[in-house]
Design a protein around this ligand. Structure first.
Ligand code: UD1
Ligand code: UDP
Length: 403
């Protein structure tokens, strides 16, 4: 399908969206839905901008449980192009996205390529479009951990430099971008589309029977997700994590949906069987979104190194311990329910868990504009950009839209 055909009508601007990995799907779904809504409300208004949109899936994540289930549960359309890039080293994965996306962009010539987040597919798609002089919109721009040993930090830095429209989730991200010399006219503080999805689906999530399936009771278990290379790629660090989970399980059941990377590393280090056999530890495959959000909402606490989970627990009001020394999402600590714990210090992690259990209810507050309407703000900015003629004249920023 070519951009523009999806809406079946006259088109003002053609958007090509690119996703590749699990968190991308969660961030993208509300944007595509908001474009549809915009088109429906613009129907009959000859002067209003209308959009065509199409979707590329790079195939960075490809297992049913890491990809297909999200398309189904989040209502994402079938991708118009599936690049089948799969796994590999950073260079291989990034290069394959560049190589396989270029002919798609040349054939489709969208007005703008929209990317989300900070995975290798995000960086590669942004670079590929920029080199073809196609405008780039980056959703979740301006996050900075300050730690360039994280692959995501490099992806964020480069993506933001080549992007024409930068959509941010909190005011501090605007400051980060301004410090890097990005024009304020290109930066738009819109809120968080991952939270749009959470707001839309959390009602469905709590009704699912995942607690019964896993024999867990509300507020009586810890939910764990880990996949950062810094925590799982080094066998010594992984052994420490494994030991910590076993210690916690002595007094609080642990549910651990194991990311594909982490399962491979646990297996290679000979630790998978140990955890599987440990009473009080329940390992599962990566869970679908509804099951996972259902569990997150009911957990006593969450122990994680995920980016998105730090944000979702803040909105759900569930205590979150992030096993990292930095976070690119400081608003989840200053305003939300998140706390960083040193991933190299097993005693400190266990002590933090004990503190959470002894503390009263968690009193986080919802960050500004995390209200379920970020995608609509993004589409309003895109419409202004398209209406300003930028889409035919190449990359250009537009002045901030009041939201
Ligand atoms: C990627 C992102 C990370 C993001 C995470 C979300 C980069 C550099 N990293 O990390 O920022 O937080 O996704 O989950 O883009 N694998 C499978 N099946 C799959 C996908 C992966 O078995 O469907 C295994 C493969 O062994 C692969 C490994 O997981 O080598 C890592 O996958 P990869 O996409 O390279 O990075 P993630 O760790 O998933
Ligand atoms: N998630 C999920 N199932 C799981 C683990 C996570 O649906 O088993 C969801 C989670 O709720 C969030 C997203 O996946 O919406 C976060 O993805 P991930 O942690 O893989 O990536 P990150 O946010 O760290 O880049």
């Amino acid at each position: 399908m070519t951009p523009g055909r999806r809406d079946g009508g006259a088109v003002g601007a053609r958007i090509l969206h690119v996703v590749g990995a699990r968190p991308n799907f969660v961030k993208m779904a509300p944007i595509m839905a908001a474009v549809e809504e915009w088109n429906a409300s613009a129907a009959g208004d000859g002067a209003a901008v209308r959009f065509g949109q199409s979707l590329v899936h790079t195939g960075q994540h490809y297992d049913v449980g890491m990809s297909d289930v999200f398309f189904r549960e989040l209502g994402l359309p079938e991708p118009d192009h599936y690049l089948g890039v799969g796994s590999g080293s950073h260079a291989e994965q990034t290069a394959e996205v560049l190589r396989r996306l270029e002919p798609v962009l040349l054939a489709e010539r969208p007005d703008i390529v929209l990317v989300v987040g900070d995975v290798n597919s995000t960086l590669a798609a942004a670079l590929c479009a920029a080199k073809l002089h196609i405008a780039v919109a980056h959703v979740e721009a301006g996050l900075r951990s300050g730690d360039r040993s994280m692959p995501e930090e490099l992806n964020r830095l480069v993506t933001d430099q080549v992007a024409d429209l930068l959509f941010t989730t909190f005011a501090g991200a605007n400051d980060n971008l301004l410090r890097e010399g990005i024009s304020p006219a290109r930066i738009h503080f819109v809120g968080n589309t991952m939270i749009d999805t959470l707001e839309r689906l959390r009602g469905c999530a709590v009704t699912v029977g995942i607690l019964e399936q896993l024999a867990m009771s509300r507020r009586a278990f810890a939910l764990v997700t880990l996949h950062r290379p810094s925590n799982v790629d080094d066998p010594g660090r992984l052994a420490l994590v494994t030991e910590v989970l076993q210690r916690i399980a002595e007094w609080l059941p642990v549910v651990f949906p194991v990311h594909a990377r982490t399962r491979a590393r646990l297996q290679a280090a000979g630790l998978l069987g140990l955890l599987e056999a440990r009473p009080g530890v329940v390992l599962t495959e990566p869970l679908g979104y509804l099951d996972f959000v259902g569990l997150m909402s009911a957990a006593r606490l969450v122990l994680t190194d995920s980016g998105g989970v730090q944000e979702e627990t803040t909105v759900l009001g569930v205590p979150c311990l992030t096993m990292r020394t930095t976070t690119e999402r400081p608003v989840t600590v200053t305003e939300g329910t998140n706390r960083l714990v040193d991933p190299c210090d097993g005693d400190a992690i266990v002590a933090a868990v004990v503190e959470v259990l002894q503390a009263g209810p968690c009193a986080g507050r919802r960050p500004e504009r995390w209200d379920g309407h970020a995608a609509q703000r993004i589409v309003a900015v895109l419409a202004q950009w398209a209406g300003s003629g930028s889409c035919s004249s190449g990359p250009a920023g537009v002045a901030g839209v009041a939201v």
